[in-house]
Design a protein around this ligand. Structure first.
Ligand code: TRP
Length: 343
């Protein structure tokens, strides 16, 4: 993981991250999360990854679609290289301890802290009175996800940094109020600019499954033709490619395509530009398509294979939930004791 991150010495180095099963995985999920998760699993960390279905329902989810999206997300994890034998891979609602610890944290977190969350403000919109109570409390549940595993490192996108900071505040207030040193102060590990994938139509917006235009994103289930046509039609500027990263400044669309290439090729932007500098997009785009198809089609094929056997996915999730519970249950039990609940 990135350098310069200090691990609190008393806690095992453990990574936790979660993705909402709210339907549709994009290249952004792959490069920004799943691919990084598969890499960190090979490093000196225990790794715990969660499909956060309890988070997903803080905004309305159609029940059949939720179940499908949960299995598809699990398939996406596995197809991206997250190995259920090396990482704990599970579904949040199957481990009741998440909801239980979240309740305790609802009593630790302050209304004012929650009200400052920018995602709450964005997602609730103007009509906060009509937003679900769960949407407001969402960051306390996220803190429970993280702290149930005493996770020391949480890889997330920039948009989640504030929630990880709130998790630190909750841990610190709990430790302070109950005079313990029980919960670790977790480090957010923010994705680098190189793995933040932007819309193919507008380089200033994040690639998103909720963008109305399907041409703005590459879905992990897209076939080779769809990938090629989306890249061919991706917005660019009229200049050719520069030979150094500096030349991508103020060229968000050009930079996005080069970033995607670099991330897929496991190269730095400078390495890529050393090769393709001076080329026109008409020449670079087919190279990018070819690389994207080569990297993504084995993943979509594997996802499709897994989705044909939902029973196998369900068995993997049940097994993951058992492993997760083995870590989470003693942490919750100790928390209840600290709080003074009769056990
Ligand atoms: N809130 C995160 C998102 O929407 C998902 C999430 C839930 C999460 N619990 C988490 C991420 C714990 C990291 C750690 O992207």
């Amino acid at each position: 993981m990135s350098e310069g991150v200090q691990t609190p010495p008393a806690f095992t180095k453990r990574v936790f991250s979660g993705i909402q099963p709210s339907g549709g995985l994009t290249l952004g999920n792959y490069l920004g999360a799943l691919k990084r998760f598969a890499e960190v699993q090979e490093q000196d960390y225990e790794t715990v990854f969660c499909m956060v279905d309890l988070h997903a329902i803080t905004v309305w989810q159609d029940p059949d679609k939720l179940a499908h999206a949960t299995r598809e997300l699990c398939a996406g994890f596995i197809a991206s290289g997250v190995d259920p034998k090396k990482s704990v891979l599970f579904n949040q609602s199957q481990v009741a301890e998440h909801a239980q610890l979240a309740w305790i944290f609802n009593t630790v977190a302050r209304m004012g802290w929650m009200q400052r969350m920018t995602q709450w403000k964005d997602k609730a919109g103007k009509n906060t009175q009509n937003a679900s109570l769960g949407l407001f409390a969402y960051p306390a549940l996220m803190a429970a996800d993280i702290l149930l595993y005493h996770a020391t490192h949480v890889p997330v996108g920039d948009d989640q940094k504030q929630h990880v900071e709130l998790t630190r505040d909750i841990a610190a207030k709990f430790n302070h109020d109950y005079k313990v040193d029980f919960f670790p102060i977790t480090e957010p590990v923010i994705e680098g600019a190189a793995t933040r994938v932007m819309s193919l139509r507008d380089g200033s917006k994040k690639m998103s499954k909720s963008d109305p235009s399907d041409m703005s994103r590459i879905n992990m289930t897209d076939d080779a033709d769809a990938i090629a046509s989306k890249i061919r039609k991706a917005r660019t500027d009229p200049e050719g490619l520069p030979s150094e990263a500096e030349g991508l400044k103020d060229r968000p669309e050009a930079r996005n395509l080069v970033n995607i290439y670099a991330a897929l090729a496991n190269q730095s932007v400078d390495q890529v530009l050393a090769d393709v500098g001076g080329k026109q997009f008409s020449e670079f785009k087919p190279m990018l398509s070819e690389l994207a198809v080569a990297k993504l089609s084995p993943i979509s094929t594997e996802m499709a294979r897994l989705m044909r056997d939902p029973a196998e996915i369900d068995a993997i999730l049940r097994d993951g939930a058992d492993q997760a519970r083995a870590i989470a249950a003693p942490v919750l039990e100790r928390t209840y004791e600290i709080v003074g609940m009769v056990r």
